[in-house]
Write a protein that binds this ligand. Structure first.
Ligand code: IPE
Ligand code: IPE
Ligand code: MG
Length: 224
């Protein structure tokens, strides 16, 4: 039995969840935030070291402006409403992706939340914002080159995820079977799980089932 320390989730299917109910897409995103809140609590209670959530990709800027601003509004609301709970429960917030390019008010809130939870050493909640793996790897390679040789170790040390435990399990909801530019480097030997559940319907029980499945897998890393 192996226990997962670091789980990442591609939270997909908010739009389809809303569509099935003839609701506006923003309502699906709102329910998606409720699912995030439940999952962060569960991850903390289960003692996960790190939970990484894909919230906004470098490609998501292609969506209509009203959807992008609804997502930014929800993100702000989430930080404002949940930061006290993180702070009180030893949750450390970390961001991967180029979050400084988000709207200034959002970026400022994030800075405050990072500073407030920086001393915590419980579960790390990693939120991927304006994140694209290709962008991350390119930035890391440039930094590695500026310091010397471009080796896998040197790149890894410059990735946005540097210092986090290695990725154990990558989950994608909503039935899509692709990575959509998420953690391409880190997923090299991660276990993957694709589930049909739409993100707003994803519960702590689903996470527990995923962890149980993970525990039964045989990871060989190319050896035997
Ligand atoms: C995932 O839900 C949330 C984000 C990408 C921000 P989607 O909005 O992609 O939902 P679907 O894929 O259209 O159902
Ligand atoms: C991936 O979902 C991004 C996030 C969950 C934030 P998308 O819905 O954007 O991915 P594609 O477009 O279906 O590949
Ligand atoms: Mg989607």
């Amino acid at each position: 039995m192996t226990f997962a320390k670091h789980v990442a989730i591609i939270m997909d299917g908010n739009g389809r969840w809303a569509k099935q109910r003839m609701l506006p897409r923003a309502m699906g995103h709102k329910k998606g935030v409720d699912a995030v809140r439940r999952l962060v609590r569960a991850a903390r209670e289960m003692g996960l070291e790190a939970l990484t959530l894909y919230a906004f990709s470098t490609e998501n800027w292609k969506r209509p402006e009203d959807e992008v601003s609804a997502l930014m509004g929800l993100l702000k609301g989430f930080i404002i409403s949940d930061l006290d709970e993180f702070a009180a429960n030893n949750v450390r917030l970390r961001i991967i992706g180029d979050y400084k390019r988000l709207p200034a008010d959002v970026a400022e809130l994030i800075e405050g939340a990072l500073a407030r939870t920086a001393g915590n050493d419980g579960t790390t909640l990693v939120v991927a914002l304006n994140y694209g793996s290709q962008d991350e790897i390119a930035r890391a390679a440039a930094k590695a080159a500026a310091k010397g040789a471009i080796t896998p170790e040197a790149i890894e040390a410059e990735l946005d995820t540097a210092g986090l435990p290695p990725l154990d399990l990558l989950i994608r909801t909503s039935g899509e079977v692709r990575l959509s530019n998420f953690l391409l480097w880190q997923a090299a030997y991660a276990e993957m799980l694709f589930v049909d559940t739409l993100w707003p319907d994803f519960t702590p029980e689903h996470l527990q089932q995923a962890l149980d499945q993970f525990a039964g897998r045989d990871r060989r890393y190319g050896g035997r």
